[in-house]
Structure formats: C-alpha cells, structure tokens
Design a protein around this ligand. Structure first.
Ligand code: ES4
Ligand code: ZN
Length: 326
C-alpha cells in the first residue's frame, strides 16, 4: 500500500482549520450567484490564479474577499458540511474548527445564522461520519480589543457551542498583549484559549500569548526556534504547536517545504501537530500536509503516526476520550 493511502487511513485530529479557509472556488461562485454578490473574478480559473501570496496580509485580503459570499445560515451549513466530507475522506476523526464572526458580522450577517449553520453541519457529521468537533471562536487581531469584547457579548446565547477562544489575522503590529483583558474575561467565563503566534511575528508573541493570554496551544509557533529558553519551556511544558506546513510555504514563512523546521522541532521533542489552516487557498487538505512533510522532510511513517497521536493529545478532548481515541 502506498504511504499516501496509509496516511489517509491513519486516524487524525485537525486542530488548526479556519472554516472560511475551506471555501472552494466552485462553492464561492455558487454562493455569489445565490446571494447576488459581485466577485472581481470572471471565472473559477481566475480565482485560482489569484492564489499567489507573498505574505500573510496578501493572503488575508483574498480570504476576506472570498468570505464575502457567505450571507445566510444555509451558506455556513454548506461550507462546513463540504469541509467535513473532505475531512472524512482524509481520515479525520476529530476537528477543532476556527470561525471568525467579525469577518461576517461587519458585513451585516447575523451571528446566530453563522454559528447555527456551522453547528448544524457539525451535528450532521457527528451522526454520519462519527467525526467529533469543537468550535473555536476567533477574534480578528487587526480590530480593537473593544470589538472583541462585543463579539464575546454577541456570542452569549451560544456559549455552550463554543469550546475555546482564538486570535488570528495580521500578527505584525497586533501583539497578544492588545487582547489581554478580553482573554481574561473569556477565561473567567470558562473558555479555553489559543492564539496564532510566531507565524510571521517574533518569538516574543509566543511568550506573551502563554504568559498574558494563558493559551493551551500555540497556533503556528514556528518562530519559537529563535528563543532557546522559550523552546526549552515549550518542550518541558509539552505545549502543543499547531503547525500548518503548506500554509507556511504558500505565505513564504519558508521558501520550500524542504526548508520547513517542523521535523527539527519534532526531533527536539516539541509536541508538534500537522494541520491545514486554509486548505482551499493553500493547495491541500490535512492528508496532503502529512504527505508533503513525508516527501520533503524525511519523516518516517512511524514518526507521522506519533504526530497523529500528538494531534489527539493536543486536542481539547477529555483525558478519558483521548485514551480511547489514540
Ligand atoms: C490565517 Cl494563515 C492565517 N494566519 C492568521 N490568521 C488567519 N486567518 C485565516 N488564516
Ligand atoms: Zn490559522
């Protein structure tokens, strides 16, 4: 059997996945038509051609534009269910999904439609594919902390559907300390926390996410290597990194997959996981990310099995559930 087939058969958890980043050009066009939205692309080929990025911001501009076709509850359901079908084919058994409410509420979309559309698709996937899931509500860090407080307030009727709070969008210029107070409130309300840090930004953002936002995992975190004492602390504390290899290459964090540092981090003893981030935009879903790592970084299959185990260990499942699932 080919290694790509073995990778698909390996039970995996996906911990770093933006639901808006799973919007395939075909669905983007369908929803644009359904909702009467004008896109600046003539056809699907043009959409794909625009997926050439030189950094995080050049991607975010295209990502927010794509998300503008999502208006109704049914759109969020269709988007989420389409991803879960792919997740099932990829051997994903558990997924922790980011959603960015501000990307949509800023355009007048109702918070209730966003979250109920997503949750209904997650419930269907639980019944049909036995994929378990948690939702991570993420604040856009280029917006203010006051705006983030407002999101937390809007989410109140749906707190039961949300497991954790995250922080994403433009890292440079928007450090974790900007969101210290709103994260404190979220923790007081009983939410777990995570944050994107050390993707384009410095290792200091990882340190401050741990110290000031009390995060349980670091999303990306690849820049931790520039601070040896931080690196040792991540290893000692077993703080998981949700690394997204194809994303990092597409956004030029690394020039080529062969230069990615995930295997070095793995060999040093960091609890790394492999994830797909925004798979529609970055050229591959979860199994593709595992396959690319194996191809270019000499991961053995047994090492990938360990990384898949890490993905369950690093998840927000209970210790009992982890026991059963890994
Ligand atoms: C993101 Cl790759 C990445 N980084 C930061 N924020 C994001 N939101 C969606 N994808
Ligand atoms: Zn991300």
């Amino acid at each position: 059997m080919q290694i790509s087939q073995l990778i698909k058969l390996l039970p995996k958890a996906e911990l770093h996945l933006h639901i808006e980043g799973t919007l395939e050009p075909e669905l983007m066009f369908e929803l644009a038509q359904r909702n009467n939205i004008q896109l600046p692309y003539a056809n699907i080929e043009e959409v794909r051609k625009s997926y050439e990025f030189h950094d995080l911001q050049s991607f975010l501009d295209v990502y927010y534009l794509g998300a503008s076709v999502l208006i109704k509850k049914q759109d969020f359901f269709d988007l989420t269910y389409a991803y879960l079908e792919k997740a099932n084919e990829d051997g994903i058994k558990h997924v922790e999904i980011f959603f960015d409410p501000q990307t949509h509420t800023q355009r007048g979309v109702s918070f209730e439609d966003i979250i109920t559309g997503i949750v209904e698709a997650l419930n269907k996937a639980k019944d049909e594919f036995a994929i378990s899931s948690f939702l991570i509500m993420s604040f856009l860090r280029h917006l203010s902390e006051e705006d983030a407080f407002e999101v937390l307030e809007q989410a109140k009727p749906f707190y039961n559907n949300i497991k954790a709070i995250g922080l994403d969008s433009a890292e440079i210029g928007n450090p974790p300390e900007k969101f210290k107070n709103v994260f404190k409130k979220a923790i007081d309300l009983g939410f777990l926390t995570v944050a994107h840090a050390g993707e384009e930004g410095p290792a200091e953002n990882i340190r401050n996410s741990l110290d000031l936002l009390n995060v349980k995992r670091i999303d990306h975190g690849v820049n931790c290597v520039t601070d040896e004492s931080l690196l040792q602390e991540l290893i000692k504390q077993k703080t998981p990194l949700t690394v997204c290899p194809l994303s990092n290459v597409k956004l030029k964090v690394f020039k080529h997959m062969s230069e990615h540092n995930i295997r070095d981090l793995y060999l040093k003893g960091v609890c790394v996981t492999i994830n797909s981030d925004d798979p529609s935009y970055f050229g591959g879903y979860l199994a593709d990310n595992y396959i690319e790592c194996q191809k270019h970084l000499n991961f053995s299959f047994l090492e990938l099995v360990q990384i898949a185990k890490n993905s369950f260990q690093a998840s927000f499942l209970t210790e009992e559930e982890k026991e059963i699932r890994c």
